[in-house]
Design a protein around this ligand. Sequence first.
Ligand code: AMP
Ligand code: MN
Ligand code: MN
Ligand code: MN
Length: 282
Amino acid sequence: MRYDLHAHSNFSDGALPPAELVARAKACEVDVLALTDHDSVDGIDAARVAAREHGLRLIAGTELSVTWNKRLLHILGLNIDCSNPQLQAGLAQLRAIRTDRAERMAKSLEKHGIPNALDGARKYAHNGIVTRRHFALYLVELGRAPTEATVFEKYLREGKPGYATTQWVALADAVSWIRAAGGVAVIAHPQRYKMTATTLRRVAKEFVDCGGAGVEVVCGGSGRDIIDSSAALARRFDLLASIGSDFHDPAYKWVELGRLEPLPANVTPIWAHPSFSAEGMQ
Ligand code: AMP
Ligand code: MN
Ligand code: MN
Ligand code: MN
C-alpha cells in the first residue's frame, strides 16, 4: 500500500483543486491520500467525491498552525470528522488570526514600498485562506525576486519586512480539537523547525502529555539523517510514525505525491491507530 498523508490543495496554499490533486495521487499510484490544508477542511468534500471516482482512500485531514514557546509548529489532524463543532470553532479562530496577520503583513510591506499586497495575495488565494505563499507568488509577479524561495528569504521569513509576528493557537488546544473530532494528532515535519534536539524532545513530551499520538518520520525530500532522527524521536516518545509528501504544486519538481522513502522498520506506522480502521473512517 502506498500512503501519502500530507498534501495541500488550493483550499490553502496548494496549486491544484482537490479533485485534480486526487487524480494526480491516483496517477502516482497512491492508495491512501490525506488532504491536509492549512487551517481548513473546506476542500475535503470535493476530494472525497474524486477519491470515490478514482477508487482511492481519502483521509480527511488538516494542518493546524500552533505557537509553542514563541515558535511555529504545524500539527496534522488525520481522520477527523470535519463537522465536529469544537474543530470548526478552532478553525474559525485560526482563520481570524490569518486574516489579521495578512492585514499586518500587507501594512508592513506597504511601508517597504509594496502597495496593495493584500489584494495581490488574495488573487492567488482562491478559497479564502491567505498564506505567506500567496504573498510570495504576488511578489514574484511584481518582479521583487525571481523565485518563491528568494521572496521568502528577502521578505517573508522572521525578521524580514513582510513578516508579522503572530500568536497562533496553543498546542494543547490544537490537539484537543483534533481528538474531539475523532482524529489523530501528528507533529508535522519535526526537523524543519530548526530546533535543537533538546527542544524538539520538549515539544514531543508536551505533545504526548496533551494527547498527541504521531510524528511525521518521512516527509517529501527527507534525507536519511532526517528520517533516522525523526524515527528516534518517535521511538523515544512512543509516537506512531507518519509519512507524507507535503505536496503543494507540480511546479515544485523535487516533491511528488507518494514519492517517499519507506518508513523505517523500527517504528510503528500511523495506520496502526484505531482511527485508520475501516470502522473508524469518516
Ligand atoms: P503560512 O502558514 O501562511 O505562514 O505559510 C507557510 C507556508 O509557506 C508553508 O506551508 C510553505 O508552503 C510556504 N513556505 C514556508 N517557507 C517557505 C520557503 N522558504 N520557500 C517556499 N515556501 C515556503
Ligand atoms: Mn504550505
Ligand atoms: Mn507545514
Ligand atoms: Mn504542509
